[in-house]
Every structure is written in C-alpha cells, then in structure tokens.
Design a protein around this ligand. Structure first.
Ligand SMILES: [Zn+2]
Ligand SMILES: [Zn+2]
Ligand SMILES: [Zn+2]
Length: 403
C-alpha cells in the first residue's frame, strides 16, 4: 500500500496491531528547543494521559486497529489520536521579528462624507447637519483586531449498518484494513469547516438484519398489523356533523394503505433483503478554530459593532505553526497572541492534526468626531474600513426636526 506523505513513515501493518498504543500523539515538545523562539510558550502536554484506553469489543477483533468498535449501529464514535505530528515542533517555528508598524487614520473630509452618507441612508435623517456642521475635533480611538486561526483535522470512526448494495463486498479477506490516519483523503479547503465520511477499506461484512430477524419484512408500522387504521375524516368516530361518515361508511376505520392490508411492510433496515452489511466508517472533520481579541479602545463605542466591518490588515502570517507576536506597540496584543498560541497548541496537538495556522492583526479605525451645528454640540463615531457611522445624537431626525 502506498504510504501518504506525512513527513515520516506510518508504522507498518501488523496483524493484531492495537490501535491506541500505536497511534498516540507525539511527545510534547520541550520548550525553547529553538533559542530564537520565546521560551516557555509551548506548554508541556501529558499525551499519555490523553490517549484513551479502550477494552476491545468482540465484533471487530478480526480487523487490526479497530478492535475497540462494537458491532452493529451505535454512536461508538471513537477518538483517534493522530500519529506523531510532522514538523509541528518549535524547530519549525520561525522566530518572531521586529517590525515597524504603520498606523493610518482619517481626516476631516472623510469624517464629513461618512456622516453625509449615513444621513442620506437613513429615511428620516435630514442632511443639513452633515452639510453645515463644523468639525471641532477628531479624536482617534483606533484599536485592533487580533485573530489566531488554527485549522485542524481530526478523525474518528464508528461501525455502521447499511442495506446491502450491488457488487462484491470490500471484506477483510481483500487485504489488511489501513489504519485511520493512513487513509488518504482529498485536500481540504484551508480554514473552512467540512466533514467527510467514508468507509474504511476492507472492513465490510454481511450479516442477518436484526430489525426483521432476517425476514426482510416487519409488522406494518402504520396499522401495527391490524389491517385497519383510524379514519382521518371523522377521526374514528364514524360520524361527521351528526351524519354517517361517507369516507368510512360509519365504521370509523379504513383499510391500511401502507401494507395494503397484508399487515407487513418491507424492512427499511435491509430494504427487504434480510441481510445487511456492516463496516467501519471513518469521519474526517476539518475545523477552523478562531481566537479573536479586540483591546480596550477607551471610548464608549460598542465593541460588538466591529463585527460588521473590516479593518486594515496590518499583519498577516500563515504557516504550519505561527510564532506569537512579541513586540506589537499595543502590549495586550502581544499577551493575547502568546496566550492564544499556547492555548491552541496544547488544545489541538494531542487531539487533532494541526494543518495550518494563520495570525492576523487588523487596524480597526475608530474616530470620534465632535462637531457643532447651529449652536449645538454633537458627536459620532466613524469606524471600520467602510467608514460606518454610529451616532446617538444626530440633531435632525423626523422625530425631532429642528429645521
Ligand atoms: Zn370516517
Ligand atoms: Zn398496515
Ligand atoms: Zn431487515
């Protein structure tokens, strides 16, 4: 069998190869193996404690690596720790570098235009204040949005039962079943959530259907084997408006149309064949895990409004593992970057495979504009790259027109 390119060879197949001891996550990385990386930001992970211990069930004992799965249907979804990671150690993390950070801001014209656009977009707002106002002060409260995205793949499997399909079964005598992390799947779209289910090769076997005891038929679920069902028109009373129900001739019941009064129906579990197939189904889950942080901007602007806008991207880093940011001018970004990198690493390294990380900082423009209009002092916020406006005291609305 062709081995997938995981950077290091998967263990060779051996009959009786037990899954859990064979596929524990890699050892924790000693901090500061690379002196260029800030020491101590890789927490130690006791991976032995995370590897589940599962007693073997009888059903899939014949399939090496899948001994822990019970037979038949059931949600015995199984956590499958990935094999030792490939290149996910501090050695592979570039050192953080010093950068010059350029922080832009808005001017009077932009501020005025933003308010004008805003007023024109509101049905009950007059545009006079925006046209005639005198800006008295622009106060920047620019802040940032820090984001760490960790794109992971995890795998689990469970035994499933399905109606038989045409063609030969991919049974264990066709060859050894590949281990969960050896199974090649398509390349995922980075940073997008997706789930893929597929049968593990060479794990399919036939058995008698338990739902119908191999008969292919079950008692009719509509009439419970009584041939007759309650009349819908009269709700079983035999009468409508004190007259005999025409639909059921006053009997209150009708012949069952689901089974045509044979009292049985085709078994849905085996589609009438009496036999089903069971196999191990692998579930591959790709997930983008996002950590987001916006520092305090020391203004009364509601932070949740930032969800509606984009910022100026001032930093972006995408690689297998990103290093924490260490010298950004806003110290809380550095602290949160370090925390986020640590948390994502210790959270995902033992339970999933980290495929890629992305770290971004956006400048979120936020300016408080103070202005006067016809002797009144008012203010508004201009925020986001879209120059959206947030105002509470716009002096010309239909409810309080001053014109
Ligand atoms: Zn009736
Ligand atoms: Zn029936
Ligand atoms: Zn059946």
């Amino acid at each position: 069998m062709e081995m997938p390119d995981y950077g290091q060879p998967a263990p060779p197949f051996q009959p009786g190869y037990p899954m859990n001891p064979a596929l524990p996550p890699g050892p924790p990385y000693p901090p500061a193996m690379n002196p260029a990386v800030a020491p101590g930001y890789y927490p130690s992970v006791n991976t032995n404690a995370l590897a589940p211990q599962v007693a073997p069930y009888p059903q899939f004992n014949g399939i090496p690596g899948y001994e822990g799965l019970a037979g038949g249907d059931g949600n015995d979804g199984k956590f499958l720790p990935p094999p030792p990671p490939f290149g996910t150690g501090p050695d592979n993390v570039p050192a953080p570098t010093n950068r010059d950070w350029q922080i832009p801001s808005i001017n009077n014209e932009t501020a005025k235009q933003a308010l004008l656009d805003y007023a024109n977009g509101q049905c009950c707002y007059g545009s006079s204040p925006a046209e005639e106002m005198e800006i008295t002060q622009l106060r920047p409260f620019n802040t940032y949005r820090y984001r760490l995205e960790t794109f992971t793949e995890s795998r689990s499997c469970e035994s499933v039962t399905r109606p038989l399909t045409e063609g030969a079964l991919d049974s264990p005598d066709k060859g050894p079943a590949p281990q969960p992390w050896e199974i090649q799947v398509k390349n995922p779209t980075l940073f997008h959530d997706e789930t893929l289910k597929l049968p593990v090769p060479h794990t399919t076997s036939k058995k008698s259907c338990q739902e119908c005891n191999g008969k292919g038929k079950i008692i009719c679920q509509k009439c419970n084997g009584n041939s007759r069902v309650k009349c819908d028109d009269c709700n079983g009373s035999g009468k409508r408006a004190n007259e005999e129900c025409m639909h059921c001739n006053g009997t209150g019941s009708m012949g069952c149309q689901t089974c045509n009064q044979t009292n049985v129906q085709m078994c849905p579990g085996c589609k009438g064949k009496g036999q089903v197939m069971t196999f191990i189904e692998l579930t591959v889950t790709w997930k983008n895990n996002v950590y987001e942080f916006i520092p305090d901007h020391h203004s009364d602007f509601p932070t949740e409004h930032f969800k509606k806008v984009t910022g100026e991207k001032i930093y972006g880093d995408e690689q297998l593992l990103v290093p924490p940011i260490i010298n950004f001018p806003e110290p809380s970004i550095n602290q949160n970057s370090q925390t986020a990198v640590q948390q994502h690493y210790s959270k995902f390294i033992s339970s999933a495979r980290i495929l890629k990380q992305k770290q971004t900082i956006e400048l979120l423009p936020l300016t408080k504009v103070e202005y006067s209009w016809r002797g009144k002092s008012c203010s508004y916020f201009v925020y986001g790259r879209e120059n959206k406006v947030e105002t509470k005291d716009y002096p010309s609305t239909c409810c309080c027109v001053i014109l």
